[in-house]
Design a protein around this ligand. Structure first.
Ligand SMILES: NC(=O)c1ccc[n+]([C@@H]2O[C@H](COP(=O)([O-])OP(=O)(O)OC[C@H]3O[C@@H](n4cnc5c(N)ncnc54)[C@H](O)[C@@H]3O)[C@@H](O)[C@H]2O)c1
Length: 434
């Protein structure tokens, strides 16, 4: 099939590469010339494990091309996928729909022949109707249907999740479009549950899923705080809870709070929708408030272990919102860093993949290190903020020998198994009474 994808970011690029690998002819469209030029020159614009090889393979066999021209990407396509950003509106926190509306309006005039316009961006309920109206107004003659194809990939596992999704959800109100989408997802038939629902249900499934996962994280974080006070061990508690199949083990890892480009914005957008429809979503609202407060509490926890906050030097291990990605959007680590900077802290930071993205936001307000050990040289405390596996492999004897004072605040519980206290560290992790 011929596919045009509008928006070549964390969702659009892996989706385009994956669809090309499945044998489709894919054109990735982005308005950012810098991104498209970089991709045309063979340089990936995001880090995702396993993406590079299939990217090169499909560029070479010419199944994957890149353009800034909407016309080039849309006019021959059987399916046009919209994968532009839906960031939170700075004031209302609703999903800001300007990119979706612009994309719908720009693509409309280039539609030729029957085309399915599929929305992959995470969008408020009713957006399918809006997109349909925008296209019809711009191009009353166009022969098209709009479907919702919510995306569930996890950053850091985008390639894995593209080829082995837990489920594929399709929101569609027209049989003609069902046939096109069935053709698109033929390679997944018999391997993955493909759920056809009405368009508004599909739009809701995406938000309801993300809000549920965010609440699960917030729940175990609150349990961790409780365990610290009550003398229980949150790891034992999480294990005991997770053995119940109705609860499940995943997403019961306590930490500094949920973050990233999806959970914070999607919980906020869902809460706004609840208000709009007169169906308040109080569990979600509580999780949002608690999660926001948590980041400030975590910064305080780190600062509380240094005596003189102004002169103390703190090593920060990890800036990405989670391991396996270079994405720092709404990263708890970045928010904790910013909070500590406000309190006058001197920071030396390191992340295996996210340094470039972090530099764009932090500028010269922090020092940058080349490795985790380089960051730890002569510091008063190491703060572990992202769960990069390599942090758990660090040699504690070497670490202790290069630090000014042997203190670790481990907000991801990465070093717990090594028992830093046995090695002479003052050590704090999450969810254990000290
Ligand atoms: N990042 C994730 O893990 C993830 C997972 C599931 C769903 N989503 C959803 O997918 C959507 C995209 O997220 P993302 O992280 O890929 O965003 P992103 O910011 O990484 O990429 C969006 C891209 O769209 C481009 N763009 C915007 N308007 C355009 C236009 N009119 N024409 C051409 N290009 C345009 C931008 O230049 C940008 O490159 C969002 O709604 C998000 O909530 C994201």
């Amino acid at each position: 099939m011929k596919i045009g994808i509008i928006g070549t970011g964390y969702v659009g690029l892996p989706t385009g590469v994956g669809l090309a690998e499945l044998g489709n002819q894919v054109i990735c469209i982005d308005k950012s010339e810098e991104k498209i030029n970089s991709l045309k020159a063979g340089k990936l614009t995001i880090f995702e494990d396993g993406l590079e090889d299939i990217f090169f393979k499909n560029v070479q066999n010419k199944r994957l091309t890149f353009t800034t021209s909407m016309q080039e990407g849309v006019e021959d396509a059987d399916v046009v996928i919209i994968a532009v950003g839906t960031p939170p509106h700075p004031e209302t926190k609703e999903a800001d729909m300007k990119y979706i509306h612009a994309a719908a309006s720009e693509l409309a005039k280039y539609l030729k022949g029957y085309t399915v316009v599929a929305d992959k961006s995470t969008v408020p309920v009713g957006t399918g109707d809006e997109v349909e109206d925008i296209i019809r107004k711009q191009n009353p003659e166009a022969d098209f249907d709009v479907v919702s194809l919510p995306e569930f990939l996890r950053e850091g596992f985008a390639v894995h999740d593209f080829f082995a999704p837990d489920r594929i959800v399709v929101g569609v109100n027209k049989d003609r479009a069902v046939n096109v989408i069935k053709e698109l997802y033929k390679p997944f038939e018999g391997k993955t549950e493909i759920l056809f629902v009405n368009r508004k249900s599909a739009e809701t499934i995406k938000y309801a899923s993300n809000a549920f996962l965010a609440m699960k994280i917030h729940y175990i974080n609150e349990m961790a705080d409780f365990c610290e006070k009550a003398g229980a061990d949150v790891f034992e508690v999480a294990k005991g809870m997770g053995l119940d199949e109705r609860i499940g083990r995943r997403f019961l890892n306590p930490g500094p709070g949920y973050g990233g480009s999806c959970f914070p914005k999607d919980t906020n957008a869902m809460a706004c929708m609840g208000k709009k429809y007169g169906a308040p979503l109080m569990l979600i609202e509580t999780a949002i408030r608690g999660n926001d407060l948590r980041k400030a509490k975590m910064a305080e926890r780190i600062l509380s272990v240094v005596k003189d906050k102004k002169d103390a030097k703190i090593a920060v291990w990890g800036l990405a919102f989670k391991n396996g990605t270079d994405d720092v959007r709404e990263s708890p680590a970045m928010q904790i860093v910013e909070q500590m900077l406000k309190n006058g802290a001197n920071l030396k930071v390191y992340d295996p993949k996210a340094m470039e993205n972090a530099k764009m936001l932090l500028g010269d307000s922090v020092e940058y290190a080349d490795t985790e050990l380089d960051a730890a040289k002569d510091v008063d405390v190491v703060a572990v903020l992202t769960e990069w596996p390599e942090f758990s492999e660090v040699n504690l004897v070497e670490l202790k020998s290069i630090m000014k004072s042997p203190k670790i605040v481990d907000l991801r519980n990465m070093l717990k198994a090594k028992d830093p206290k046995q090695h002479g560290f003052e050590y704090q992790c999450i969810g254990l009474c000290s």
